[in-house]
Design a protein around this ligand. Structure first.
Ligand code: AMP
Length: 282
């Protein structure tokens, strides 16, 4: 596996493969890799001639300095995992490599109503930071396909909008959420949970799966309240938001037939750690 550190390294690597007519699968990550990330890579390996993973903790998408400082970094282990999962090249740039101009960047993207709800409301500037890094990575890696997890449901919608707005010739592939045995969505942040927090965190997905059974039996509002109350009644869990939204527009629904497809998106604070999850309701 090639370890590429500079944009120039990546550019040359990609150029050599495009000249050879190879398709390129790309998986952007922030490292501290787990089976969720590896499932994206496995799919890329199946569908492309060459798979590239980036490992970059993107400072400009963190609206909370402490979250950035505490974000787990396990590069040596990541490289071993990627190698054994069939990755061809990993891109591991320094911050100054991605942001030679410094961390105050000029680009300002507009995602309309996608960036007025849920994550965007609670993490101002987050999606602009995501869009800046993903656009810069796409411009260099020129992937045929790029792989994203449905756990970050709103991020996926933002990326699709970015690709549409700028006519980027890449196919965005959405990948199912990989969960721990007790149902907790795998996340790099899970390693920061203390033992009792880790145990209670499983109640997030349990509650969401319970709630799915109330579709068309209880009102949308009753289901919202059920989820929020059930999770808040677990001592170490505190819901930041939960919403039932139209999967296409991410806007709240009032009635079950307001949207063709409905997703429940949630953010929960578990001690010092903020976790998100997303479950298809309809
Ligand atoms: P991150 O390193 O958290 O920025 O995630 C990198 C990519 O992996 C994103 O597209 C995430 O949605 C995806 N991802 C993270 N956790 C999971 C999971 N449990 N299952 C599937 N995809 C995931």
């Amino acid at each position: 596996m090639n370890v590429l550190k500079t944009c120039e390294d990546l550019r040359k690597y990609v150029e050599a493969h495009s000249v050879a007519g190879n398709t390129i699968g790309f998986v952007p990550t922030m490292g501290a890799l787990h089976n969720g990330h590896l499932s994206l890579l496995t799919r890329s390996v199946k569908e492309n001639d060459v798979s590239i993973v980036s490992v970059f903790v993107n400072p400009i998408q963190f609206n909370n300095k402490e979250d950035l400082r505490m974000y787990p970094r396990t590069l040596d282990k990541d490289i071993t995992l990627l190698e054994s999962a069939g990755c061809n090249a990993v891109f591991v740039p320094e911050v100054a490599e991605m942001y030679p101009e410094g961390e105050i960047v000029a680009e300002k993207y507009d995602f309309g109503s996608l960036e007025t709800v849920m994550e965007a409301k609670f993490r101002p500037g987050h999606f602009n930071g995501v869009a800046v890094v993903v656009k810069r990575l796409f411009d260099i890696a020129k992937p045929t396909r790029a792989y994203f997890g449905l756990k970050d449901f709103q991020q996926l919608a933002i990326i699709k909008s970015l690709v549409n707005q700028y006519d980027i010739p890449v196919e965005i592939v959405s990948c199912e959420i990989v969960r721990e045995e007790d149902g907790l969505a795998m996340s790099s942040r899970n390693v920061r949970l203390k033992a009792d927090e880790r145990k209670q965190a499983a109640r997030i997905s349990h509650t969401l799966f319970d709630a799915v059974q109330y579709v068309n039996k209880k009102s949308v509002d009753e289901v919202r309240k059920f989820v929020i109350n059930a999770i808040n009644s677990v001592p170490l869990l505190s819901v930041e938001y939960f919403d039932l939204v139209d999967a296409a527009t991410l806007q709240s629904i009032d009635k079950w037939d307001d949207a063709e497809s409905v997703v429940g998106c949630i953010a929960v604070n578990v001690g010092e750690v903020r976790l998100i999850d997303a479950v298809l309701f309809l």
